[in-house]
Ligand binder design. Structure first.
Ligand code: MF3
Ligand code: CO
Length: 253
């Protein structure tokens, strides 16, 4: 069942979204060569708690980190570690959830570390574009599959692939709610969007083949072929006219 949020609930999610955006503003610039992913996660947790919020992912199904940090061929759910040190040319995703007054927001950015190769820059850029290609269609009355299809089409057009194991999702008082939102699909399929739905849409795009493997830590999802992967996500609400994204940074990106 897809729950529709009241304007009070949307206001609470907007506030949670502002906390997530603040993490990007504060921690994004720290993604430079030499820093460990644990240091980045600690800083993110500090920002979240200072705002009176809780890091949503910590202990979620036993996840051990405050946020997920995934480098290069790690697609998602990288566990912050003092042993993982960023180096020049890496790409690193910060996937951040914050819960404030019982409501969640969830978003992800992939940052370039130092000087990156053209292929890395292109993958990160196209992954963001996949999000906006899909989301720009959103308004009451369209099918969710239209959004999924637009994401997939843009990725394929650029020679990339779409891993199938992970999807976007509804979000609200729970991190994961109905509907699930694949990054692939058919136009005209799936639920019809209605004002008040709150969705986390998150293209996860691979430079090579789409197959992933999970490391023995039970979380870290890596590309089997060792090629790069990128992730971009925002939480949004379907409005009367279209949509409002709740997790965008206030400053110019
Ligand atoms: N953005 C991811 C998701 O929506 C992050 C979840 S990590 C977890 O699934 F640890 F909370 F599972
Ligand atoms: Co998510």
């Amino acid at each position: 069942m897809i729950s529709l949020k009241s304007s009070r609930e949307i206001s609470l999610m907007r506030k949670a979204g502002e906390v997530v955006a603040k993490v990007f503003t504060k921690v994004g610039p720290l993604c430079v060569p030499g820093i460990s992913t644990l240091q980045l996660a600690n800083k993110a947790e500090e920002v979240i708690r200072k705002e009176g919020a809780i890091p949503t992912f910590l202990n979620y199904n036993g996840y051990p980190g405050a946020i997920c940090i995934s480098v290069n061929d790690t697609l998602v759910h990288g566990i912050p570690s003092e042993k993982i040190i960023l180096k020049d040319g890496d790409i690193v995703s910060l996937d951040v959830g914050a819960t404030l007054d019982g409501y969640c927001a969830d978003a992800c950015r992939t940052y370039l570390v130092g000087i990156c190769k053209e292929n890395a820059k292109r993958l990160v850029k196209i992954t963001e574009e996949c999000f906006f290609k899909g989301v720009s269609l959103i308004k009451p009355g369209i099918h969710l599959g239209d959004v999924c299809h637009a994401i997939e089409t843009h990725a394929i057009k650029h020679g990339y692939s779409v891993p199938r194991e992970f999807t976007g999702h509804g979000i609200g008082s729970h991190l994961h709610e109905d509907p699930y939102i694949p990054n692939y699909g058919k136009e005209g399929s799936g639920p019809i969007l209605v004002e008040g739905m709150t969705l986390a849409i998150e293209p996860m795009i691979a430079e090579g083949k789409p197959q992933v493997r999970i490391l023995s830590d039970g979380w870290t999802a890596k590309m089997k072929d060792g090629k790069l992967s990128s992730h971009y996500e925002n939480t949004l609400v379907v409005t009367k006219e279209g949509y409002e994204i709740l997790t965008l940074e206030k400053e110019i990106k």
